[in-house]
Design a protein around this ligand. Sequence first.
Ligand SMILES: CC(C)(COP(=O)(O)OP(=O)(O)OC[C@H]1O[C@@H](n2cnc3c(N)ncnc32)[C@H](O)[C@@H]1OP(=O)(O)O)[C@@H](O)C(=O)NCCC(=O)NCCS
Length: 238
Amino acid sequence: MKVSSAREIAGSSERFPPGVRVGPGALIDDDVSLGERTGRPGRSRGLEIGRGAIIRSGSAVHDGVRIGDHLEMGRHVVIRADTTIGDEFRVWDNTLIDAGCTIGDRVQIHANCYIAQLTTIGDEVNIGPGVCLVDDPHPGSATHLCMRGPTIGRGAQIGTNATIFPFVTIGERSLVSPGSVVSRSVPAGLVVAGNPARVLKSVAKVTCPLDVEEGHYLGSPRGSCEEAARGRAGELSS
Ligand SMILES: CC(C)(COP(=O)(O)OP(=O)(O)OC[C@H]1O[C@@H](n2cnc3c(N)ncnc32)[C@H](O)[C@@H]1OP(=O)(O)O)[C@@H](O)C(=O)NCCC(=O)NCCS
């Protein structure tokens, strides 16, 4: 079903400021704001969104943002200036993605999250509702010279209401359990929980609590599965 009150956009559109380019097949609600937020007319760095985007009511994407194909944005989502995002990005209602972030392909960010400035998020990361990724090691600094959001490795999962400190790295495929406060970097493939977060176990040891799913509870990032499948196909055909 199409988004109510959305208008289908065939390509770059006259309804947006100069420099805003939206790919074909987009569905964008009427009160969405795309483009310049510099407050200085004529200084636009442009905005590019790939094909097949869905952008719902009350959302805004600011100047200098680049987003790949098949974006899906909920209501009242804001993506601030100079953030770069890959393909198949899904973000739910009321999330704020601050300026200068780098986000990979097939990333999902749930509702009510704050993604701080200069955060890096790898491919196939899942971020649960109410997560805060923060960027300021000493709030109140007038210079803001040492601000940077965390780095979330490929395929990592961040549970609901977790808080992750500035400069912290979450390793590939690690799981941050709900409500954790992560103040130190986490190596790849581990489960951490608590405040301050401590290592519980390897993700390979996480099993389905209901025994519904067999094998590893946390699947591999899609790329790895595809590579493994290609590898198996190669073995079969050789
Ligand atoms: C981390 C997790 C995988 C552990 O599951 P498990 O292997 O069944 O382990 P348990 O639930 O037995 O927990 C082991 C210990 O860690 C504690 N613990 C688990 N998660 C915790 C958390 N988020 N915060 C604090 N302590 C936690 C448990 O209380 C238990 O402590 P105990 O040994 O003193 O009783 C599970 O708690 C989890 O977080 N799953 C993912 C949920 C999620 O993020 N969903 C998406 C949300 S949007």
